[in-house]
Design a binder for this molecule. Structure first.
Ligand SMILES: Nc1ncnc2c1ncn2[C@@H]1O[C@H](COP(=O)(O)OP(=O)(O)OP(=O)(O)O)[C@@H](O)[C@H]1O
Ligand SMILES: [Mg+2]
Length: 730
């Protein structure tokens, strides 16, 4: 109910609850945000961790392979240097006159000296083939020998002979050679043409003739072994060297040496696809390119399984004028080498991430648990306050609903916004009849004006106003005392007026009755005084009239006049007696009177009159048995007769006279109601009907003493006499 809500607004706890609810709403939002944010943050951290681990891995692999490339380059340049130094030795030797002129005595010595210098570089033998007789002078580990040149050396002679090749060095392809004691070696030859350009004592002038070819027979594997053997990439990585035809010149796994790299792998592990390394070898290494990449291998240093390996390769230029003879050195290591290295870094990184994630989780959970605790205490508080509010609301509701007052609110323009059930019942209307209706639909105009005037003051100055007004409900007038006060909004302005109206009809009637009683009492005193004063002269008049009637001559005219005086005197005496009986307080007779019987007796007397006036008597509601009343039956006769006479008077031409008797107050009192169907007592006379001498009857028809005498008798008997009336006018 809205009135209750309005009253609720005054409660001090309300803003606190509203704040509480608001906070709780915000708290729920924060909780939601935290619950969403934590997994989101964790997801991002994990993603970043994974990405960074990948990047680290990539960078480390790239770095590692770059280092392998440096190693490969270094190995290539060392091999080139080594070959260059051999070439220098060869050139130097070719300039020796003992060689050029094939001086049998010194030639061998000279070659031996040279051999001792180059044999550690992998040179197996130094040969000089004299063109003139195709004799071969050879120095090797077996010593110095002279013999007929072997067939293959004639090939080189062919190359050395043309003048254009003077000063050039030929590097031959690598060939396997059964070299002494069945040892198979990979042989590369370094050939230089020898021309007689130098001078010595025996040849003071150079002949400039072609002398022959000087050859270094080099064990390629042993040449490379010195350099590549020491190369270590990571923990287990190694180097291998391939010649221009794809043959392994050097490999830590000896079985590969001399074999074709493309075939050897397939032969060893036919199940593995070596496409990638084959491609690298073919497209990159054999074409003299350098680079780095990865490939799938099937073994590494005794471990036999499919694995990914990193490879870096660099070309070895065995520069030759006619053709660019290229070998290639590769440095390889399994990728697990690198992964092993980055494993530690990643573990550290994951540990860090774990700590961060745990901190976030822990922090998040801490925040959530704190919020939950806070929220539950808040909810408890809100629940308590809500309960309190509900209790108060219930109290106020029942206060408003059960109040015996009309409680309502009105808008500034006089529309009824709410009204409690009591108010609706009082006005004999439903909520629908009243709500949102203007006051003028509900109340009489003058009352509406009074209320609107007062409520206007309340809206203007927030004072409370008191209005006393009347409403007529079902033809009955009710008096209301209405207190009007303002209901304030949050800015302290009156936004509606609360009215509390109380039915004060009884109080007003009581007041009127008291006034009336007082008036009648004073009138009684007056009447008694007047009656007393009149009574004595009247007694004298009647006494003397009586005397005169006895003594006066028997003149009928005089007797008539005296009789008339006596009659009028007696009339006046009755009036005076009536007046006195109205005023007299003392009781004369006290016997048990049966009211029902008393009324029956009166009706017998009045019966004829009732019949004449076509008045029906409704006696059905006489209660039997009725407690006896202490009093004077004659006086009570007079009371009922007076009232019945009045009823007959207003029902001339027909009507119903209803007589009701009732036992009330547990047998202590008797109530008698005499109802007529006449015109009712007009408003202006209602306060005067008990006044002595008040009559609306024509002159001579009534004295106006009937009700006042009855009033006096009833009062003497300790009773009350009152009336209810309805007239057509309001
Ligand atoms: N039943 C009634 N219906 C309407 N008016 C009544 C009724 N009874 C009394 N009155 C009014 O009250 C007035 C006073 O009544 P009351 O009996 O005192 O005097 P009265 O009837 O006028 O004269 P009296 O009784 O002396 O013949 C009446 O004149 C009449 O106006
Ligand atoms: Mg009368």
């Amino acid at each position: 109910m809205d009135i209750v809500k309005d009253i609720k607004g005054f409660l001090s706890g309300l803003p606190g609850i509203v704040t509480g609810l608001f906070l709780n709403l915000r708290l729920r939002r924060i909780k939601k945000i935290v619950l969403f944010t934590i997994p989101f943050l964790l997801g991002i951290i994990l993603l970043l961790g994974w990405m960074s681990a990948r990047k680290v891995r990539e960078v480390v692999i790239e770095d590692f392979n770059q280092q392998q490339l440096v190693l490969a380059r270094h190995a290539a340049s060392q091999i080139e240097n080594s070959l260059d130094s051999l070439k220098r030795e060869l050139s130097l030797l070719s300039l020796s006159p003992s060689i050029q002129y094939a001086e049998a005595v010194s030639l061998g010595k000279r070659m031996e000296i040279a051999f001792s210098r180059v044999k550690d570089e992998g040179v197996l033998e130094i040969r000089f083939i004299e063109y003139r007789n195709m004799k071969m002078y050879s120095v090797g580990n077996d010593g110095y020998r002279v013999m007929q040149s072997p067939h293959e050396d004639k090939e080189y002679m062919k190359w050395a002979l043309p003048k254009k090749n003077q000063g050039n060095i030929l590097m031959t392809d690598v060939v396997p050679l059964e070299y002494k004691n069945g040892l198979r070696k990979l042989i590369v030859r370094m050939v230089i043409p020898v021309w007689q350009v130098s001078v010595d004592e025996a040849h003071p002038l150079p002949t400039n003739k072609f002398s022959g070819a000087l050859i270094f027979v080099i064990d390629a594997t042993s040449l490379l072994d010195k350099i590549t053997k020491g190369i270590k990439s990571g923990k287990t990585g190694y180097a291998w060297v391939m010649d221009n035809r794809g043959g392994f010149l050097y490999h830590p796994e000896k079985e590969f040496i001399g074999k074709n790299a493309f075939e050897a792998r397939k032969e060893k592990k036919p199940t593995i696809s070596f496409a990638r390394i084959n491609e690298i070898q073919k497209e990159m290494m054999l074409k003299g390119r350098e680079g780095k990449s990865w490939y799938i291998s099937g073994w590494h240093k005794g471990v036999e399984k499919e694995m990914k390996k990193l490879i870096a390769y660099a070309p070895i230029h065995l520069s030759d004028k006619d053709r660019d003879l290229i070998w290639s050195v590769a440095v390889v290591a399994p990728i697990s080498e690198v992964e092993g290295a980055i494993h530690d870094i990643q573990i550290r990184q994951f540990l860090m991430e774990g700590i961060v994630i745990l901190s976030i989780l822990f922090g998040g959970l801490l925040i959530i648990s704190m919020m939950l605790r806070w929220s539950s205490s808040l909810e408890k508080e809100v629940a308590e306050k809500t309960g309190e509010l509900k209790r108060r609301e219930y109290q106020y509701r029942s206060l408003v609903e059960h109040a015996d007052d009309i409680i309502f609110t009105i808008s500034p323009d006089g529309f009824v916004l709410n009204m409690n059930d009591y108010g609706c019942n009082f006005l004999k209307k439903t909520q629908e009849d009243i709500l949102d209706k203007h006051l003028s639909y509900i109340l009489p105009q003058e009352t509406v004006e009074l209320i609107l005037k007062a409520s206007g003051n309340v809206f203007r100055s927030n004072t409370s106003e008191q209005v006393t007004c009347s409403v007529t409900i079902d033809g009955k007038v009710f008096w209301l005392s209405i207190n009007l006060s303002g209901l304030l909004d949050e800015w302290g302005n009156v936004y509606k007026v609360l009215g509390i109206g109380r039915d004060i009809t009884e109080r007003i009637l009581l007041q009127e009755q008291m006034l009336h009683t007082e008036k009648l009492a004073s009138m009684g005193t007056l009447a008694a005084g007047v009656a007393h004063e009149i009574n004595n002269p009247l007694a004298v008049i009647l006494g003397f009239t009586d005397l005169l009637l006895e003594k006066a001559p028997k003149d009928p005219e005089i007797i008539d006049m005296l009789k008339s005086i006596e009659n009028q005197g007696f009339k006046a005496k009755r009036v005076v007696e009536n007046l006195l009986s109205f005023a007299r307080a003392e009781e004369q007779k006290r016997i048990d009177v049966d009211i029902n019987k008393n009324i029956e007796e009166v009706l017998t007397v009045a019966g004829n009159n009732l019949l004449l006036n076509k008045i029906a008597i409704n006696k059905m509601e006489l209660e039997y048995p009725l407690p006896k009343v202490k009093g004077d039956p004659d006086e009570l006769h007079q009371v009922f007769l007076n009232i019945i006479n009045n009823a007959v008077h207003v029902m001339k031409g027909g009507g119903v006279l209803t007589i009701i008797t009732r036992d009330v107050n547990d047998g202590r009192d008797v109530e008698i109601r005499i109802e007529d169907t006449g015109c009712g007592i007009p408003r202006q006379y209602r306060s005067r009907i008990f006044d002595p001498l008040f009559t609306t009857k024509e002159v001579g028809e009534g004295t106006g003493l009937g009700l006042s005498v009855s009033y006096g008798i009833v009062k003497k008997h300790g009773g009350t006499i009152t009336f209810e009336t309805k007239t057509k006018e309001v």
